[in-house]
Design a protein around this ligand. Structure first.
Ligand SMILES: Nc1nc2c(ncn2[C@@H]2O[C@H](COP(=O)(O)OP(=O)(O)OP(=O)(O)O)[C@@H](O)[C@H]2O)c(=O)[nH]1
Ligand SMILES: [Mg+2]
Length: 196
């Protein structure tokens, strides 16, 4: 989809605060600081529609962005940030889980992992959950500009091995700096939501 009209809609914690109506939703999940808000900016051709955190681990709410009145992008709180208290972690996880378990409009998940590092235990848990619930998804290997081209395939292989990704499913290397992978990710969203 070519986006000319994207706007911030609302911020929610509990289900009764989620947007009314039945537009399909695409959720962005991943560790704190992996680049969820940045990919939303890149995919919507906006510099600052989603706030990119200088301090990771700050976003504890869910932000909804209205894309062309056709779908919502859903920016979930990042998980797994080390420097927050256990209580805070638990309440953020609850926000994420409640959304994932209850939201009927959720049609596609974009799981972001950092291309430079092996996926964490939290990434593995998120991936297992996605697989077991049969929600269509794509794995995005973010910050691809931070490694050399020759390293990309090596890193993708490791991500697949650690997550236990089935044969034939390929993570998409992506960069919000160079916009590498943008068209591929949109292609997968269009396909999943039948937008083309
Ligand atoms: N080099 C590079 N830096 C990136 C990329 N994507 C994000 N960043 C940087 O990584 C940091 C975190 O990006 P965010 O988009 O705020 O990450 P987030 O996943 O939304 O973080 P939380 O909201 O805390 O969960 C920022 O400093 C971004 O500028 C990328 O593709 N390449
Ligand atoms: Mg963010």
């Amino acid at each position: 989809m070519i986006v000319n009209n994207a706007k911030y809609e609302l911020t929610a914690v509990r289900p009764e605060q989620y947007p009314a109506g039945s537009m399909p939703e695409v959720a962005f999940a991943g560790r704190s600081n992996v680049g969820k808000s940045s990919i939303i900016n890149t995919l919507t051709n906006r510099k600052n529609i989603a706030r990119v955190g200088a301090t990771p681990g700050k976003t504890k709410e869910i932000n909804f962005y209205n894309i062309e009145e056709k779908l919502y992008f859903v920016d979930l709180p990042g998980y797994g940030y080390a420097k927050v208290s256990k209580e805070k972690k638990a309440s953020w996880n609850e926000v994420i889980e409640t959304y994932l378990y209850t939201r009927k409009q959720l049609q596609f998940i974009i799981l972001l992992v950092d291309i430079r590092h092996a996926p964490s235990e939290d990434d593995k848990a998120m991936y297992e959950w996605m697989k077991s619930h049969n929600i269509p998804y794509v794995i995005v290997a973010a910050k691809a500009d931070k490694i050399t081209k020759s390293q990309i395939n090596v890193r993708l292989k490791e991500i697949k091995a650690v997550l236990g990704v089935p044969e034939g499913i390929e993570p998409i290397p992506f960069s919000s700096e160079t916009r590498q992978g943008k068209d591929q990710v949109w292609g997968r969203i269009d396909q999943a939501l039948n937008l083309v």
